[in-house]
Design a protein around this ligand. Structure first.
Ligand SMILES: [Mn+2]
Length: 179
């Protein structure tokens, strides 16, 4: 279980931060955030994760793209949600000062120092993103996206059995998009 007020506070903060942003499918960006959060909630229920940890995971799921994709800073999150949440969102944020190829491994390394309930958000994010690739992606990008998903799964699979199995299945299904 989780606390409804915790969910609403993070949802409203994320909605404000992402404003008019859209997903690659043209939907309001919030649909991505609530999809990731839905995966996290489901997994927390399945695994009977305790309420405080579920609250944290759900908050971080809703906020996970704020530092990376909006004007929101680490300090803004720290002020509003405290140190643990700010560190968790930071771990889910690509360090754009690094070469592109190193960004994922760097983020995974930061995540591995985080509790399991935070690592779960990364699996939920990738599960959500393993939909039909956007039309403008070429075959190399699609291939690399699946490869990267396998890397994420191999690094984080211990955090939650249910999400790991689900990502494994999404990776299998993604094969139909690889030419
Ligand atoms: Mn995301």
């Amino acid at each position: 279980m989780f606390k409804q007020e915790v969910y609403l506070k993070a949802l409203n903060f994320a909605a404000n931060a992402h404003g008019e942003q859209k997903t690659p499918y043209g939907l309001p960006y919030l649909t991505h955030l609530v999809s990731v959060t839905m995966e996290v909630m489901h997994a927390c229920e399945e695994a009977n994760v305790e309420i405080e940890k579920s609250n944290k995971a759900i908050t971080v799921a809703l906020l996970h793209d704020t530092i990376e994709d909006t004007d929101v800073t680490y300090d803004d999150i720290f002020d509003e949600f405290g140190l643990e949440i700010a560190e968790a969102v930071d771990a889910l944020t690509k360090d754009e000062t690094l070469p592109r190829k190193e960004q994922m491994a760097d983020s995974i390394n930061k995540l591995l120092t985080q509790p399991y309930e935070i690592q779960m958000v990364k699996l939920a994010d990738r599960i959500t993103n393993m939909q039909k690739p956007p039309q403008h992606w070429d075959s190399e990008k699609i291939f690399n996206y699946q490869k990267e998903a396998k890397f994420i799964l191999s690094c984080l699979k211990n955090c939650d059995m249910h999400l790991s199995q689900r990502l494994e299945q999404k990776i299998q299904e993604y094969r139909v998009y690889i030419k």
